[in-house]
Design a protein around this ligand. Sequence first.
Ligand code: PMV
Length: 328
Amino acid sequence: MISTASAAAHPNIAFIKYWGNRDHKLRIPANGSLSMNLAPLETRTTVSFDTDLKSDQLTLNGEAAGGQALERVSTLLDRIRTLAKINTYARVVSHNSFPTGTGIASSASAFAALTLAGVTSLGLELPEKSLSQLARTGSGSASRSIPGGFVEWEPEGESSYAYSIADPEHWDLVDFITLISEEHKKVISSEGHKLADSSPLQKARVADTPRRLDICRKATLDKDFQAFGEIVEQDSNLMHSVMMTSDPPLYYWQPGTIEVINAVQRWRQEGLPVCFTIDAGPNVHVICPAEAADKIRPKLGSLIDVKSILECTPGGPAWLLEPEISGV
Ligand code: PMV
């Protein structure tokens, strides 16, 4: 017997970053975070529980996957199996719409889509809060790809989950993801989170997070780009300071990363509303209000180390796909 369902989710970019866990296994974060879903980027996933299977199987972008990737998927499927009180294995087929191996975190969209497809295929109807909690255990940032638009993730307790603070239509922001390097990152986020506490700066960063969250939430709700840009850049710099001072240190930036940071600062001095934020990789997210996008786009294209650019706008929540049109 086979029970199947397909779902999709957008990745997200954190304006106030999640870095470090209080509980690594359950992915209870050291601090709260706030993000925006990124349309049109998406992961589409089909999960089929099949009584003929002898183990879980995973296909990522057309290729069979094993090792750590399959283990993480199986761990999440185990949680879903426990909820549904079954022990049937599943076939998981997943595709990213965005170029893979480009250093764009796909784990958020991947685990959000996997959670929604997995739960639905077994006929479980869970509220958004429970879906976000489940997705969190696969990849912390996946908790923020379940709800839509602008999303905040509460750090508290085992039931830590994310919820929407504003719809995607609330604020017309554009995120130009500038691809500096197509290399796979050397240290994946899951490992990076474990190093955070070895930095003497992490305690201060975590203690100050409620202040940054308050400023960022208010700036987002008020659509105050100046206040928003200042806190987003400070938060990104704080996270990278922790990364660079952990033991061993993590250096994600490359020369091209600095080229984009310098350019963003120059354009701002010239009067353009624009800011940057950087995740666990060298690529820079350059963010501006939609009205400024036509001015920023050609400027980014002229930077030497920018290999390509993905242009994103606020995206909706994770959603179900009709299996016949899922294309996976
Ligand atoms: O969910 P993870 O384990 O891939 O961690 C995400 C970490 C950052 O992208 C660097 C920050 C964030 O809040 O998304």
